[in-house]
Design a protein around this ligand. Structure first.
Ligand code: 13P
Length: 251
């Protein structure tokens, strides 16, 4: 019922020339996998050139952040309308932005609302630190992030949402979560909270991804889980062959 969804978060990697080469490398493989929604999220500086490349493609573009204001004196920021010129999606509340750039549940909530107001679909990231995981606080932390980050979202928009559960201890460490454990958090905490916010019918339509050291070898073990609808992929999305393999495992 939920169409599988795989997004590549390129983070702060690739100049626009390098991004063009990487996209050209992966495009034929990605194009072939029609049953999966495929999104690549390069840095802002490559969005324009890649949106030209992808004009006739089913592969969609996402940004990695935005500012909630429409325009004005916000040096260094990018508005929702600017993102919307090139993208259909936007990653919001990634743990790296929360850790290094001051994103909070409150600012994530403003960004989610601004994204929807401009017709962008947010990919909202949640997940606990290693300390929180080890002290058994995963459910509490993820509940807070979902409830506060997604509060007062209109119900009609809610079902378009994509949520990514990315345990911070699994990001870039090569130590992916256990697929059954991730499935339990996604079904029992993320989707449960979405149901409390938006009702069960809508919650059942929302795609929830797993992220954190997903690669060509382990992707299928995550995507086989009933509550996991796809992946948000960092490092492995920078290698055409690996990323195509991950997308293929989501069919
Ligand atoms: P890695 O796949 O490199 O662990 O990164 C995951 C991530 O943060 C995607 O947003």
């Amino acid at each position: 019922m939920r169409k599988p969804f795989v997004a590549g978060n390129w983070k702060m990697n690739k100049t626009s020339d390098q991004a063009t080469l990487l996209a050209a490398d992966m495009l034929p493989g990605l194009e072939a996998v029609k049953t999966v929604e495929r999104v690549i999220c390069p840095p802002f500086t490559s969005l324009m050139v890649l949106s030209g490349m992808l004009a006739d493609s089913e592969v969609k573009l996402g940004a990695q952040n935005l500012h909630w204001e429409e325009s004005g004196a916000y040096t260094g920021e990018i508005s929702p309308a600017m993102v919307k010129e090139f993208c259909q999606f936007v990653i919001l509340g990634h743990s790296e932005r929360r850790a290094y750039f001051g994103d909070t549940d409150e600012s994530v909530n403003k960004k989610v609302k601004a994204a929807f107001a401009h017709g962008l679909i947010p990919i909202v990231c949640v997940g606990e630190t290693l300390d929180e995981y080890e002290s058994g606080k995963t459910a509490e932390v993820v509940t807070r992030q979902v409830k506060n980050g997604l509060k007062e979202i209109e119900s009609e928009n809610a079902e378009k949402l994509v949520v990514a559960y990315e345990p911070i201890w699994a990001i870039g460490t090569g130590k992916a979560a256990n697929p059954e454990g991730a499935n339990a958090v996604i079904g029992g905490v993320v989707r449960q909270n979405l149901a409390e916010l938006f009702g069960n019918d809508r919650a059942q339509k929302i795609r929830i991804l797993y992220g954190g050291s997903v690669n060509g070898q382990n992707a299928a073990s995550f995507f086989q889980q009933p509550e996991i609808d796809g992946g948000l992929v960092g490092g492995a999305s920078l290698k055409a062959e690996d990323f195509v393999k991950i997308v293929e495992s989501a069919t």
